[in-house]
Design a protein around this ligand. Structure first.
Ligand SMILES: O=C(O)CCC(=O)C(=O)O
Ligand SMILES: [Fe+2]
Length: 296
């Protein structure tokens, strides 16, 4: 009959096995199954492959670097109301995310800066009015913009490795639109991607121009009809949900799953403005973990 191993033998096996697991098996499994590590955990530092472009996007023409410039915000700056629309993907509606004064200010400072909006495939940029017909303006980082950067970071829990992109106002005149698209590009493993979007309405003196998500479902409560189109005669508008442009309000959604892949449910469009002018503001958050062994 086989005899049981002695306790001292079991203990010495463990002494070998624990370091083998910690230093060989676990790192190996993380390399083979990176999806098992979450971009929401501190382990995210390990995720970027060594050959990923380093610091590629971290310059101040693309993101808002922390430069220590002091700024002051209005007292009631964070007095907005949050309504949860979807948990997976996370979609929230932010009522009065900007005050009227803040929205008006951003509309006014962008007036002289507009140029036709471009579309990009990640490598080249071009004008294509069948996809996107609007003008856009890069906003200077004045007090209002810095307050918004701060608000957007606070809303996301001051998450490490998350950078607010430089902000663009976007203006649509009659027939202006943006066809269905994703804000994420699937580039997370190559160096970073847009982890979330705040789509803020700065000006809404228009008809049409709703923001449509064909793959999200209408929430139950009819209270949502304040913010969402509930009955439309246009058949296309009945697909999914369409947010009405309302000045100062914002839609927030997360673009990436915890494993870094993009949510297909975030497919969205700006429906054509049928009269008047709509002005939107994109606040995109870029997630870019530092390379292995290099802490931010
Ligand atoms: O203007 C809108 O409603 C949406 C804009 C948008 O999706 C974008 O600029 O990426
Ligand atoms: Fe978008």
């Amino acid at each position: 009959m086989a005899s049981l191993p002695k306790l001292s033998t079991v203990v010495s096996w463990l002494l070998y096995l624990v370091p083998i697991y910690l230093f060989i098996l676990d790192p190996l499994m993380r390399q083979i199954f990176p999806g098992s590590v979450s971009i929401y955990s501190d382990d995210a530092d390990d995720l970027l492959p060594d050959d990923a472009p380093s610091g590629l996007n971290l310059n101040d023409s693309f993101i808002c670097l922390e430069d220590g410039v002091p700024f002051s915000c209005p007292d009631a700056a964070d007095g907005y109301r949050v309504h949860l629309l979807s948990r997976e993907p996370l979609v929230m509606y932010l009522e009065n995310f900007l005050s009227d004064a803040e929205a008006d200010h951003l509309v006014n400072v962008s007036v002289d800066k507009y140029a036709p909006s471009i579309v990009t495939d990640g490598k080249t940029e071009r004008l294509d009015s069948s996809i996107r017909l609007s003008d856009r303006a890069l906003l200077d980082r004045d007090d209002t913009v810095r307050c918004l950067e701060d608000r957007a970071r606070a809303f996301q829990g001051w998450r490490p490795h998350l950078y607010i992109e430089r902000m663009w106002a976007q203006r649509y005149n009659a027939s202006g639109h943006y066809r269905h698209h994703y804000d994420w590009s699937g580039s997370w493993a190559r160096g970073g991607d847009r982890v979330s979007t705040f789509m803020v309405y700065l000006g809404a003196d228009c008809t049409g121009g709703g923001t449509n998500f064909p793959r999200l479902s209408m929430p139950r409560g009819k209270q949502w009809c304040r913010f969402l189109e509930c009955e439309g005669d246009d058949a296309e508008k009945k697909q999914g949900i369409t947010f009405k442009p309302i000045k100062g309000n914002a839609i927030f959604w997360e673009n990436l799953r915890p494993d870094g892949s993009g949510y297909p449910e975030t497919w969205h469009a700006a429906y054509p403005v049928t009269s008047g002018t709509k002005v939107g503001l994109n606040i995109w958050s870029w997630y870019q973990p530092p390379r292995r062994g290099r802490k931010a």
